[in-house]
Design a protein around this ligand. Structure first.
Ligand SMILES: [Zn+2]
Length: 117
């Protein structure tokens, strides 16, 4: 069955823990509860100064920036991102998303559905 919903109406989860994750809201737009067998689509919102954990994992990210500006920390340094930027993080690559700007940073992050918990 085709499912249509508004991303703004999807409940958000505050992922922040005050340490390695700061100012991060996550919305699972498409995921296990939809019966998606292959991928999950998540919307992340980083508040100004917010950042995801600097981490690695054995699966990839496909990221599309919808709003705002920020940077991605990679093994070769910080790379600027903004609305319209597309980021592919291969499995096992070190990465962190940061919002150093004055406005919120929104991006979609697509992962293999079995890793959406
Ligand atoms: Zn990651």
């Amino acid at each position: 069955m085709v499912i249509v919903r508004e991303m703004t109406e999807v409940q958000s989860t505050d992922m922040s823990n005050g340490a390695e994750i700061v100012g991060v809201l996550k919305r699972v737009l498409v995921g296990p509860s939809d019966g998606a067998p292959t991928f999950a689509v998540r919307l992340f919102t980083l508040t100004p100064g917010g950042h995801t954990p600097a981490h690695t994992h054995p699966f990839e990210h496909g990221v599309v920036v919808l709003r705002g500006r920020g940077t991605v920390l990679t093994t070769t340094g910080l790379v600027p991102i903004q609305e319209g930027s597309v980021v592919f993080v291969p499995s096992g690559d070190y990465h962190q998303f940061r919002n150093g700007g004055p406005e919120r940073l929104d991006f979609l992050c697509i992962i293999p559905v079995q890793h959406e918990i």
